[in-house]
Design a binder for this molecule. Structure first.
Ligand code: NAD
Length: 436
């Protein structure tokens, strides 16, 4: 199959590289010239484990190429995937679909043959209908079949998720479109049994939002249980284990922490609420999740302040981990932003480190001293705060850390360490959802 990805970001690039690794011929298009130039030099514009090698192999094999030219990109394509951003629209929280609609129009105006057009971007239910209307108008007489194929990959494990997904969801009632999607994903069914779920287009669009809202709910649920654990003298990690071993609940997404962030959950939960509001079917559970999670991020900053005795003016705080989760450089809606700003508002000086996120963090954080490692960050600090559980922060020499600090206090917002090991190293310890 000849496949073209429109949008070469986290999803477009990973999907394009994986499709080419399946043996398809793939062209990745992006209007960001610096991104394409960088990819042509073999330099990845994002950090994603294993991506550079995967791209290099498939470029060398002649199956993967990059361009800024939509017309050239779609000229011979059998299927064109839209993987552009759908951020929150400024002001009202609806998904901003302007990039999707613009891409659909550009594709329709550029093709001279019939194609399958697949929306991989996360888009509200009914968007496919509007995409179909746009392409009909822009390319009258052409058959452009519009399908939905939402993406479920997680940053940090994106290649593995793409190649070994729990399921692939394809939304279209058109038999020719279904057959083309079957061909595209055939390599998945050859080596293992990832179910390809065919649904109507609207259903597929909604599955993506329902999945993200459910996961966000799970995280928020355990975060509130963590607060209750603190008040009640119980341990949230043991509660998680105790409930998660029940198959009906499952162990994943039950780690208490500073609230969910990232490029998907915050904007997708908000967009789902807007859709529900428009359709006059309010989703009250998701409303509560969004509001609880919003307030949690700053609450975590206040938790650090409380651990410091309520006073941070002129004090130094070391922040370990900035990205919204490990193994990515993505800072979008990272809890670290609210935690740091709350501490800065209280007068603290921030010394921060992150294995991959510093470059992105510099764009969203002000007055932060970025340093190379936890030990440098902790020098003369009055508190060390673990915000993102990078592997590199899981085996810190806590005694060495304590020795360099002005006040030996560890606030562990990811429960990476136990109170016992921290105290043995001479650190006061505050975790999340732990008995005092
Ligand atoms: P991104 O911002 O990393 O990438 C989007 C890219 O599209 C950018 O490089 C931009 O320059 C390009 N673009 C925009 N308009 C274009 C056009 N008309 N022609 C060519 N290129 C264009 O976004 P992302 O994180 O890859 O997300 C893309 C979509 O996938 C979103 O809807 C998101 O919700 C969804 N999604 C993201 C993830 C994730 O983990 N990042 C996971 C699942 C689904």
């Amino acid at each position: 199959m000849r496949i073209t990805m429109i949008g070469t970001g986290y999803v477009g690039l990973v999907s394009g590289a994986c499709f080419s690794d399946f043996g398809h011929e793939v062209i990745c298009v992006d209007k960001d010239e610096s991104k394409i130039a960088s990819l042509e030099r073999g330099v990845m514009p994002i950090y994603e484990p294993g991506l550079d090698a995967l791209v290099a192999t498939n470029v060398r094999a002649g199956r993967l190429s990059f361009t800024t030219d939509v017309k050239a990109g779609v000229a011979n394509a059998d299927a064109v995937f839209i993987a552009v951003g759908t951020p929150s629209r400024r002001g009202d929280g609806h998904a901003d679909l302007s990039y999707v609609f613009a891409a659909a129009r550009e594709i329709a105006e550029a093709v001279n043959h019939d194609i399958l057009l697949v929306t991989k971007s996360t888009v509200p239910v009914g968007t496919g209908d509007e995409v179909e209307r746009i392409v009909r108008e822009a390319a009258p007489g052409r058959t452009i079949r519009v399908a939905s194929n939402p993406e479920f990959l997680r940053e940090g494990a994106a290649i593995e998720d793409f190649k070994r997904p729990d399921r692939v969801v394809c939304g279209t009632d058109d038999e020719a479109a279904r057959e083309a999607l079957r061909q595209i994903y055939r390599p998945l069914s050859l080596n293992q049994s990832a179910p390809v779920l065919f649904t109507g287009r609207r259903t597929a669009e909604l599955i993506k939002y329902a999945a993200n809202a459910f996961l966000a709910t799970k995280i928020t649920f355990i975060n509130e249980i963590a607060d209750l654990c603190e008040a009640a003298g119980a341990d949230v990690q043991e509660v998680s284990r105790g409930i998660g071993l029940d198959n009906r609940i499952g162990r994943k997404f039950l780690h208490a922490g500073p609230g969910y962030g990232g490029s998907c959950f915050p904007k997708d939960t908000l967009a789902l609420l807007k859709t529900a509001e428009d359709m006059q079917t309010p989703l009250r559970i998701v409303e509560a999740v969004v509001s609880v999670n919003d307030s949690r991020k700053r609450a975590m900053g206040r938790k650090v302040l409380k651990a410091m005795g309520g006073e941070a003016r002129g004090k130094r705080v070391a922040v370990l981990g900035l990205t919204f989760k490990p193994n990515t450089d993505d800072m979008r809606d990272s809890p670290a932003i609210a935690v740091i700003q709350t501490l800065q508002d209280a007068g603290a000086q921030i010394f921060a480190c992150d294995p991959e996120g510093v470059e992105q963090a510099k764009k969203v954080l002000q007055n932060v001293e970025f340093v190379a490692d936890p030990y440098t960050a902790a020098e003369s600090a009055d508190a060390v705060v673990i915000v993102t559980e990078w592997d590199a922060y899981r085996a810190i020499d806590l005694s060495r850390l304590a020795a360099t600090m002005a006040t030996p206090l560890l606030v562990d917002l990811r429960n990476v360490y136990s109170r016992e090991e921290a105290e043995k190293a001479g650190l006061d310890y505050v975790g999340v959802g732990k008995p005092a």
